[in-house]
Every structure is written in structure tokens, then in C-alpha cells.
Design a protein. Structure first.
Length: 337
């Protein structure tokens, strides 16, 4: 299939595009490069022998979308493009509603006009808000604690309303838990700008000497070792989840929602221990107060994705750390250093 991948040069988009090529699809990557580098295209070419078609542009540019959908003969869309920093969304809510909600609105309108009616959407476990009961099933109550979270909830609502109005639409919303890791070659991975907000890239920068010590946000949570527990999922498992969702969803009416997680929780100290093993030395940490807005624990019930899509996460925490370390130690400054 010819597949438009919005946000295709980003962290998850690049790994998914690579998998699409390997599976015989033709991804067309559209990205405005606000949080990624075009260098990743060379790396995908090295790994697959195919340089994907890339269009530098914005999902809010309707004439551009009309042209790309028509000229590239697009049959389905995987929609990654979004801003994703929770704290930044609290400071700049309008940018998040404009980019994430407004951008998706323009994309859906262009798809409707072009008659392209299959979309796989990047949602997030953040839509479960401050849920208390674990593991999280897709029918758990939804809420949001940040403009970022609200933007994901609003988009899921838009997809639900459109699916109800026209049975020709096929929507899949994938709620990712905590994507980490890198391609096993070490050629592509996550390259956050500035100080990483998320745990794994922060630890990776400690390991490579760019940061002094991990700041552990809270060690008195009601968890086995007192630190926060999350469901980490290897980015290649996540990428494969998109292929499974596309296979299942294409041509199937309605909105389908799936958790993509491993179903297992790991604490901050467990992740630090696993990374220390991967890089071969004990990494330093300091205990800090809890980060505002954090929950103690969050992990998925991934049963539905396994039952319906035949997909499950296969890679272990050790592998996630080993692959992150290979990428980080090969390219300590990311893509353009
Ligand atoms: P990323 O920032 O690496 O990728 C997003 C890409 O979208 C970037 O390359 C960016 O340049 C591009 N982009 C942003 N706005 C755009 C616009 N208006 N037009 C065109 N391109 C635009 O992030 P990621 O980690 O790969 O996340 C991909 C998707 O998954 C996002 O929708 C994110 O909200 C969602 N998600 C990510 C995580 C995570 O932890 N990484 C967790 C849950 C959900
Ligand atoms: C964060 C986002 C969430 C998003 C997810 C994607 C917040 C509040 N939530 O989730 O919306 O979907 O990223 O991956 O930002 N930690 C430290 N030190 C650090 C960084 C993190 O101790 O330097 C701890 C956190 O307190 C948490 C765990 O590590 O217990 C994971 O944190 P992080 O990687 O930021 O992910 P989430 O907070 O789960």
C-alpha cells in the first residue's frame, strides 16, 4: 500500500516507516522537521536499501495535503505528527490545540475530500488520566491532566463521531504506553532536543556522560521500591503494532481502540539497573521530590491487541536498554552532531 506517514521522520514514525518498507509497503513521509532530522532518511536507506519519499511540510497545510494524497496515490494514513511534551503543553496550550487538534482536523478533511478513509492514530496512555486501577483496559474511564492529554482525547472523540456519521471510515486509535529503545543496528533512535523529559533518554545521557546523575522523581510511592512504575515498550514492537493495526483495520468500518504495551510494569530503579547492566557500569542517581502530575503506577492490559490483532510486545527491558545504549553510544549527540 501507499501509506502517508505524518511525523514520519520522528522517533516512532521513523521506526515504523522502516518496518513498512521491510513489509513491502511504500511509506510517504510528511514532516515539518520541528522535532526531527532529515538525516534519518539516509539511515533508513542504509538499513532497507530504499530511501523513502519525503515531503517537508505541515499537516495544517491543506493544499499540500490535497496534492500529496492525490499525487502519491495514498491509500491509508498513519498519523504520528504532533507536539508531545506534557509540561510544554501546560505552558503553551494553544500551540498544542492548533498543532495536534487543528492539524488532525485539516488532515481528516483532506482525507475525506480525497476518499482516503483508513487512518491509524497515535494516541497515548495519557488518556487514562490519573487512573488508580491497574492494569488499564481500553474501557477504563478516560480523562486528561494536561492540554496534551486533552488534545489526544479530543482527537479520539473526532474519530468516533466521524465513524458514526459515515461507515466508510476505518479508524484505529493506538494508545501507546512508554515507548523506548532503538533499532538494533544503533543507526536510528530517539534524539530529544534539550534536557530529556522522559526517563530512558535521560538515563542514556547519564550513561554517555552528558548528564551527571539521574534525578529519581520520588521514592515513597506505594510501589515495591517506592519509585514510579511504568509499562515500557520497545519502539520496534510498537512499530509492528502499527502494521498489525493497518492489516486488521484497512476497510473495516468504525473506530477500534487498542492499548499497545507489554502488560508489565518496571520501576525507575529497575530501569536504571537494567541500563547499568547494558552499559557495563553502575549509573549514579539522586532522589528528588515527585514530579507534579505523576501517578505512582501505569501499565496496560494488552489482551485486546493480542486477541484481535495477533500482536504482542516481545522484547525485554534488557533488550530495550541494550538497543538504546548502542544508539546513544554510537551517536551521543543524536542525528546531526
Ligand atoms: P516525535 O516528536 O519524535 O515525532 C513527531 C513528529 O511529528 C516530529 O518529527 C515532528 O517534527 C513532526 N510534527 C509535529 N508537528 C507537525 C506538523 N504540524 N506537521 C508536520 N509534522 C509535524 O514524537 P514521537 O515520540 O515519535 O511521537 C509520535 C506520536 O506518538 C505523537 O503523536 C505522540 O503524541 C504519540 N505518543 C508518543 C509517546 C512517546 O513517549 N514517544 C507516547 C504516547 C504517544
Ligand atoms: C510521560 C508523559 C505521558 C506520555 C509519556 C510518553 C508526563 C507527566 N507524562 O509519561 O503523557 O504519554 O511520557 O512516554 O510527562 N522519571 C524520573 N526521572 C526522570 C524522568 C522520569 O524519575 O528524569 C520517572 C517518572 O517520575 C516516572 C517514570 O520515570 O515514574 C517514567 O517517566 P517518563 O519517561 O517521563 O514517562 P511518563 O511520566 O510515564
Amino acid at each position: 500500500m501507499n501509506i502517508l506517514v505524518t511525523g514520519g521522520t520522528g522517533y516512532i514514525g521513523s521506526h515504523t516507516s522502516l518496518r513498512l518498507i521491510e513489509a513491502g509497503h511504500r511509506p510517504v513521509l510528511l514532516d515539518n522537521l520541528c522535532n526531527s532530522s532529515a538525516t534519518v532518511l539516509d539511515r533508513i536507506a542504509t538499513l532497507t536499501g530504499t530511501r523513502p519519499t519525503f515531503i517537508q511540510g505541515d499537516i495544517r497545510d491543506r493544499p499540500l495535503l490535497d496534492r500529496v494524497l492525490r499525487e502519491e496515490k495514498i491509500e491509508a494514513v498513519i498519523h504520528f505528527a504532533a507536539l508531545k511534551a506534557v509540561g510544554e503543553s501546560v505552558e503553551h496550550p494553544l500551540a498544542y490545540y492548533d498543532n495536534n487538534v487543528g492539524g488532525t482536523l485539516v488532515l481528516l478533511a483532506a482525507m475525506q475530500a480525497a476518499g482516503v478513509r483508513t487512518l491509524v492514530f497515535s494516541s497515548s496512555a495519557t488518556v487514562y488520566g490519573a487512573a488508580q486501577q491497574m492494569p488499564l483496559r481500553e474501557d477504563a474511564p478516560l480523562s486528561a491532566t494536561s492540554p496534551y492529554g486533552h488534545s489526544k482525547l479530543m482527537i479520539e472523540q473526532m474519530l468516533s463521531d466521524m465513524a458514526a456519521a459515515d461507515p466508510r471510515w476505518s479508524f484505529t486509535s493506538l494508545r501507546y504506553f512508554n515507548p523506548v529503545g532503538a533499532h538494533e543496528s544503533g543507526l536510528i533512535g530517539e534524539a530529544p532536543q534539550g534536557i530529556p523529559n522522559n526517563l530512558m533518554p535521560y538515563i542514556a545521557q547519564v550513561a554517555v556522560g552528558r548528564r551527571a546523575a539521574l534525578r529519581v522523581f520520588g521514592n515513597t510511592y506505594p510501589t515495591p521500591d517506592g519509585t514510579g512504575v511504568r509499562d515500557y515498550i520497545h519502539v520496534l514492537d510498537l512499530a509492528d503494532g502499527h502494521l498489525a493495526a493497518l492489516d486488521h483495520g484497512h476497510g473495516r468500518p468504525g473506530l477500534q481502540v487498542f492499548n499497545l504495551g507489554s502488560g508489565q510494569g518496571h520501576s525507575v530503579l529497575e530501569v536504571l539497573g537494567a541500563f547499568s547492566r547494558a552499559c557495563g557500569r553502575d549509573l549514579p542517581c539522586e532522589i528528588h521530590p515527585p514530579r507534579p502530575g505523576d501517578v505512582a503506577s501505569s501499565w496496560a492490559d494488552p489482551t485486546r491487541a493480542q486477541a484481535v490483532l495477533g500482536w504482542r510486545a516481545r522484547r525485554s527491558l534488557d533488550q530495550m536498554c541494550a538497543d538504546t545504549w548502542r544508539w546513544q553510544s554510537t551517536y551521543p549527540q543524536g542525528y546531526d552532531a
